[in-house]
Design a protein around this ligand. Structure first.
Ligand SMILES: [Zn+2]
Length: 250
């Protein structure tokens, strides 16, 4: 019976086994990925990670589904307006792939309360729009030595890098101070653009876990989804960073 279940699962991944190999697929099955935020960006990432057969997803996002979410939050639907976002997302993901274990928290990412979720993960995807939560998540990743895919979008722009504690800059190296103009609510977003960012974040996690390809560690990639104008810059650590540097206060 166990063999039958394993055969059925390998049939599900037949097309990607050609790319990842059995070893890569096994690594995905053994891995846990935390996706902080399951909106347009994180929801898309979670969907593709579930489809790819990641063993465990740890999800965090507080709140209920509202009408303006539905232009981009593809784990949600019109039939669940006003209902909890997390339970809707879990049900959707389990319909897609019942082999994935999902742990979901209808909660904000806060320091240090969210530490056990980060500790459990092999890699974290930061898909929060809320900067206090991004900073908390960054600090937890630095504390626990967990790599974090930092994916973001604004309008038609997408940016992406992977932060590895002790190796690459952390979020606070790049943005030492919380800026009041980063107030997130109401920023412009088209679902296709946040979906591209989510797909790239999911792919980055798959690359990290399986060892296939090259990750974005240490480089910030940015491009416009309107005309594909893109550029990449090498980013460096700030030795005085209050989070990961000598002046750090973990
Ligand atoms: Zn830092």
């Amino acid at each position: 019976m166990e063999q039958l279940a394993a055969d059925l699962e390998s049939m599900r991944y037949a097309r990607q086994l050609k790319l990842l190999g059995e070893q890569g697929q096994r690594a995905l099955k053994d891995a846990a990925v935390m996706v902080a935020g399951i909106g347009g960006l994180g929801g898309t990432a979670a969907l593709y990670l579930a489809a790819a057969g990641v063993g465990k997803l740890i999800l965090a996002h507080e709140g209920v589904i509202a009408e303006p979410d539905l232009n981009r939050q593809i784990l949600m639907d019109s039939g669940h307006l006003g209902m909890e976002r997390m339970s809707t997302a879990i049900a959707h993901l389990q319909r897609l792939n019942p082999h994935v274990e999902i742990e979901g928290y209808n909660a904000r990412v806060e320091y240090p309360a969210a530490k056990p979720w980060v500790e459990e993960a092999d890699i974290v995807i930061d898909a929060r729009y809320d900067f206090p939560e991004r900073y908390a998540l960054n600090r937890l990743c630095v504390d626990t030595g967990t790599p974090m895919v930092e994916a973001a979008m604004y309008g038609f722009e997408v940016s992406l890098t992977t932060m590895i504690p002790g190796v690459t800059p952390c979020l606070e190296c790049l943005y030492p101070d919380l800026q009041p103009q980063w107030e997130p609510l109401g920023f412009p977003v088209l679902g296709a653009t946040s979906g591209i960012a989510g797909c790239l974040a999911a792919l980055e996690a798959v690359k990290w876990i399986t060892g296939v390809g090259t990750t974005y560690a240490g480089v910030m990639h940015r491009f416009s989804s309107l005309d594909f104008a893109c550029y990449s810059v090498t980013i460096t650590r700030n030795p005085g960073c209050a989070c990961c540097g000598e002046g750090g206060t973990p």
